[in-house]
Write a protein that binds this ligand. Structure first.
Ligand SMILES: Cc1cc2nc3c(=O)[nH]c(=O)nc-3n(C[C@H](O)[C@H](O)[C@H](O)COP(=O)(O)O)c2cc1C
Length: 130
């Protein structure tokens, strides 16, 4: 196995594993490193679920474990998310203003498509544009 492509890094957060599948596939296609965002706040069980909904509605920031990689060295950014149905446009525009960079790719995938594997062809086509 050769060295990973250092032009790319996949950074992801996944609470229940759906986005992890997508993130790992992106890293596999790009042959690049991958790093998981670990939240320090406990969100297990029903209480955690309710807390998450409340925090999301209030747009509250959270504490995360410091990343191992210095992400400042990467010039461009792309956003990917998984979702049940809607909300991606608003979400991407929030991310864009938070990182203050125009993303190269913004792409959302339905949770059901990730689970069934139907997302892979669309993903491969998108990643060709990088
Ligand atoms: C833009 C966006 C909108 C979402 N809207 C909802 C929602 O309305 N209700 C909900 O239960 N989950 C919502 N989610 C979460 C997703 O449906 C789903 O839980 C997510 O794909 C799970 O990812 P994970 O398994 O990586 O944690 C949303 C996610 C995103 C990114």
């Amino acid at each position: 196995m050769g060295q990973n492509n250092k032009n790319f890094l996949v950074v992801y957060f996944s609470h229940t594993g759906t986005t992890k599948i997508l993130a790992e596939k992106i890293a596999e296609i790009l042959s690049c490193d991958i790093e998981e965002i670990i939240e320090l706040k406990e969100r297990k069980g029903l209480l955690g679920f309710l807390k998450s909904g409340f925090d999301a509605a209030k747009e509250k920031f959270t504490e995360i474990k410091p990343l191992k990689t210095n992400i400042e060295k990467y010039e461009s950014v792309s956003f990917f998310c998984t979702m049940g149905g809607v909300g991606d446009k608003k979400f991407f525009s929030k991310l864009e203003s938070l990182c203050n960079k125009k993303p190269v790719i913004c792409a959302s995938f339905k949770k059901l498509d990730i689970v069934s594997g139907r997302y892979i062809e669309k993903l491969k086509e998108l990643l060709k544009t990088l």
